[in-house]
Structure formats: structure tokens, C-alpha cells
Design a protein around this ligand. Structure first.
Ligand code: FA5
Length: 350
């Protein structure tokens, strides 16, 4: 029996190393550890051993079982990571040298991604709102729990106009108006507020491969009774899997925004370099894509909604960065270049 157990262990080690497909793993698991598997059959023979041999063989059989289970798990993880790498490498990188086909017009990649997101959220009952690019200080900051002289204003270097208005630095600037528009239906008729609002944002930023001074975001809010972080995570996951049509590595970490509590940063593993680090992700392997959180009670109050009764989530998706990742654009500045040679290459694959 000892030799048999040793043979099973050796065979498992050799066979598992050669597997390239998760189905092979499952078949192997059944053949060895399943009800009628090789190891299980040996265990069934334990009864015929002497009282001295039984515990020794029992321990050895158990060690072989644990060894094989661990090896199967390791291999499954290795195959999963390989599959992910394959998928990431299958994102066709946008090639700036390809000659343009200017025989007909085409949509801008940000428009394509925005429309996809709109379709996804509309199918989940969200309305699509439009909002102006010039807003008041109240809309962009004060209504969002960022009073005058609050240090959080320094997080965004804002362009102010001579009349005191400003170029919106974040689509969150539309939140207050949306709450006011839909609060009566929420309070009187129990209709949840579910809205997205895509729009252009402006910040006085030094540009690089992943920062522009003019870029698009898409805000999303949902307010109702008993909305929780699980609802937020569900909608974020659905949006990403629908946009990319495959599993994307994401990470959620704490983030500070005065208008949400708790707040999160949602990053995705850079699809340009497969997470290894490149200029498109500032060499970190991750790209900040969609900060989000539970709407701060002060923000709901400013919108005329009682935070004791209602809760909600909000997110601010970086649409321009999403277009980069979706279409394999290494440098965000190409998207604002106005170069038809570059921009005519994108097509709607819906
Ligand atoms: C905000 O603008 C918040 N309003 C987002 C938010 C909304 C948080 C609702 C919580 C609840 P932030 O400054 O991090 O956060 O920008 C959000 C996203 O916009 C970033 O993750 C990024 O994808 C994109 N973004 C920000 N700055 C730039 C830039 N200069 N160029 C390109 N994309 C940018």
C-alpha cells in the first residue's frame, strides 16, 4: 500500500505540472479523489490492514490527499492567472501608424464608450441626465459638503470665470440639481432616484499619459430607502463586466471625498501593460477609474432629502480613462488630439 500511495503522489505531481486546461484539472480530481477515485479506493482497503499498520498508512494516505489537493489548488490559480494574462494581451493596442480610412465619418472613442455605459445603465433603470459645463461654486463645491476655504478644494485646480462661475471640475456638480429634480417623486411616490450624468470636466492639470486638462466623467447616483454598499458594488461590477465583456482585475481601497462617507477608490489593473507598470498607469500597474461611496448625509440634506430616511451611493467614472483601457490607447492625449488619422480607427463593436 505504501508503494501505491507513493506512486499516486508521484503521478499526481507529474501530471498536474503538464496540465494547461482547467477541465483537465477537474477530471484529474475526480479520477484520484472522487468517490471511485484511485486514492479513495486505497482508503477503502484500510480495513484489511493490521491494527499497527492502519494508523501509519492512514496518516500517509492523508498526507498524500492533502498534497494532491494543494497541488490542484496551486495549478488552478496558475491557470487562472495565465488565462487573465492571455485576455489582457488580447486587448488590441491602438496603432497610431495605421493609415486612416477617411471615406466616412466615425464616432469618437469616448462617445462610443459613453453610449455603451448609457445603454448598460438605462437597462438597469437609470435615467441619463444632461448638465451644463459652466456651473456655480454652490453646485460644484458647497452643495457637496465642500465649504469655501475647505482644503478639499485644492484636490482639483479649478478654472474660474470672471463672473464667479467656473468650468465644472467634476460631474458631481450635477448631483444637487438631480436630487432636487427627483426628490418629490422619491418622497411622495417612492420612486428611487437612479440617474447617470456624463459630461466634460476641466482642471488646470499638468498633462501626461493618463491626465488631461479636459476629460470626461460619468457620474451616477442611486437614492432610496436601505441602499447599501452592496448595491454600489453590484452596479460597479455589472458596469465593468458589461463594458469589457470579460473578467477585469479590480481593487477597492478607502478614498477621501467630502461628499461620500465611506468613500472608495476603485482601480482597475492596467490593460495596456497587464499590470506590470507603464506610463499609461504611472508605472503602478493600476489605474484610478471610478471613485465612489455612500452619499454624505449633508449632501442629501442640501438636495432636500432626509438622510435619516434615505441613503444612496454615488460614483464618478473616468470615461476618458475607460476609453483608453477599452480601446488600448496608451496616451490619453491622443483622444483630444483631433487627429482624424488616429480617431477614425475606432468602431462601435456593439
Ligand atoms: C472626482 O472627480 C469625484 N467627483 C468622483 C466621485 C464621485 C467620488 C462620486 C465619489 C462619489 P477624481 O478627482 O478622483 O474624483 O476623479 C474621478 C475620476 O476621473 C478619476 O478616477 C479618473 O478616472 C478621472 N480623472 C480625474 N482627473 C483626470 C484627468 N486629469 N484626466 C483624465 N481623467 C481624470
Amino acid at each position: 500500500m505504501k508503494e501505491k500511495l507513493e506512486a499516486i503522489r508521484k503521478k499526481a505531481e507529474a501530471e498536474l505540472a503538464a496540465f494547461t486546461d482547467p477541465n483537465q484539472l477537474e477530471n484529474f480530481r475526480i479520477a484520484v479523489l472522487g468517490k471511485k477515485g484511485e486514492l479513495t479506493s486505497i482508503l477503502k482497503m484500510m480495513g484489511s490492514l493490521s491494527a499497527e499498520e492502519r494508523p501509519v498508512m492512514g496518516q500517509m494516505a492523508n498526507e498524500v490527499r492533502v498534497f494532491i489537493e494543494e497541488k490542484i489548488q496551486e495549478k488552478a490559480q496558475e491557470l487562472k492567472e495565465l488565462e487573465m494574462k492571455r485576455e489582457i494581451n488580447s486587448v488590441p493596442l491602438f496603432d497610431i501608424t495605421v493609415p486612416a480610412d477617411l471615406s466616412r465619418g466615425s464616432y469618437h472613442p469616448i462617445t462610443l464608450v459613453q453610449r455603451q455605459c448609457e445603454t448598460i445603465f438605462k437597462s438597469m433603470g437609470f435615467t441619463v441626465e444632461d448638465y451644463s459645463e459652466v456651473v456655480t461654486d454652490y453646485e460644484c463645491f458647497e452643495s457637496l459638503n465642500i465649504p469655501k476655504d475647505h482644503p478639499a478644494r485644492d484636490m482639483q485646480d479649478t478654472y474660474y470665470l470672471e463672473n464667479g462661475q467656473l468650468l465644472k471640475s467634476q460631474t458631481s456638480a450635477a448631483q444637487n440639481a438631480i436630487y432636487k429634480k427627483y426628490k418629490d417623486a422619491l418622497i411622495n411616490d417612492g420612486v428611487p432616484i437612479k440617474a447617470i450624468f456624463p459630461g466634460r470636466c476641466f482642471r488646470n492639470e499638468a498633462t501626461d499619459a493618463c491626465h488631461e486638462n479636459t476629460f470626461f466623467q460619468m457620474e451616477g447616483v442611486m437614492v432610496d430607502k436601505n441602499i447599501s454598499i452592496s448595491n454600489l458594488i453590484y452596479f460597479m461590477k455589472t458596469m465593468l463586466s458589461e463594458v469589457f465583456q470579460k473578467d477585469i482585475k479590480v481593487r477597492l481601497r478607502p478614498g477621501f471625498f467630502p461628499f461620500v462617507e465611506p468613500g472608495f477608490e476603485l482601480d482597475i489593473s492596467c490593460l495596456i501593460c497587464g499590470g506590470e507598470g507603464c506610463p499609461s498607469c504611472k508605472h503602478s500597474g493600476w489605474l484610478e477609474l471610478c471613485p465612489c461611496g455612500m452619499i454624505h448625509p449633508e449632501v442629501l440634506k442640501a438636495g432636500g432629502i432626509d438622510p435619516e430616511e434615505y441613503t444612496g451611493f454615488a460614483f464618478g467614472l473616468g470615461l476618458t480613462r475607460l476609453a483608453m483601457m477599452k480601446y488600448g490607447v496608451k496616451d490619453i492625449r491622443d483622444l483630444n488630439s483631433g487627429s482624424l488619422k488616429s480617431l477614425s480607427q475606432f468602431t462601435d463593436d456593439e
